[in-house]
Design a protein around this ligand. Structure first.
Ligand SMILES: [Zn+2]
Length: 196
């Protein structure tokens, strides 16, 4: 699979990580990172791991990543239900945070300042720490209620709604948004047909 085929529509790295289990065109879900090579391609596609970083996860590191993805999935389900993530989720996140030092950089941004952080080394451990940081950011942002699941029936894609009015409904306008528009059109045609 080409790196371009990975969906990056979640508006947060940890959400994109969950979307590596996307809805398949025929229904059901798949796993885009079920092999170490695929996990490596995804990691490089995120831009978090540089092209020259020695990121070569072995099977054990990949299993660790999939286990952490399941923890984050549980965290997402809690947020979608309007609940607080359990203590076991928080401690799993803290464990990953502790294992991954990040470098923070202060930069000027317009009239103000910004603090960016990046992982120290392009390793699987560091990347999981980065994902943990990202999940934590969603919680501390005060807007964990902006996590959404695509409203299209059967679509499992998640995203953080960053729209001003908070009314984004689809993972992507090109796919699910359009499918909904087409379904609405078919329904209208059907209603008109029934009248004739
Ligand atoms: Zn969708």
């Amino acid at each position: 699979m080409d790196a371009l085929d990975f969906p990056f529509l979640g508006n947060a790295l940890w959400v994109d990580f969950l979307n590596t289990e996307p809805t398949l065109p025929g229904g059901g879900t798949g796993d885009l990172i079920d092999r170490p090579e695929a996990f490596e391609r995804w990691a490089r596609a995120t831009g978090e791991v540089g092209p020259h970083d020695p990121f070569e996860p072995d099977r054990q590191e990949m299993q660790e990543a999939l286990k952490f993805r399941a923890v984050l999935r549980e965290g997402a389900e809690s947020l979608l239900a309007g609940a607080t993530p359990s203590r076991s989720i928080v401690s799993a996140v803290n464990e990953k945070l502790a294992g991954s030092p990040v470098v923070s950089t202060l930069i000027e941004k317009g009239a103000g300042w910004d603090l960016t952080s990046r992982i120290v080394a392009g390793t699987a451990t560091a990347l999981l720490g980065r994902l943990a940081t990202d999940f934590a950011h969603t919680l501390v942002s005060g807007r964990p209620d902006r996590l959404r699941r695509c409203e299209h029936p059967g679509c499992v894609m998640l995203f953080i709604d960053t729209s001003k009015n908070g009314k984004r409904r689809w993972c992507s306008m090109e796919t699910c948004g359009n499918r909904e528009k087409a379904a609405g059109h078919r329904a209208r045609v059907k209603r008109l047909g029934a009248k004739i």
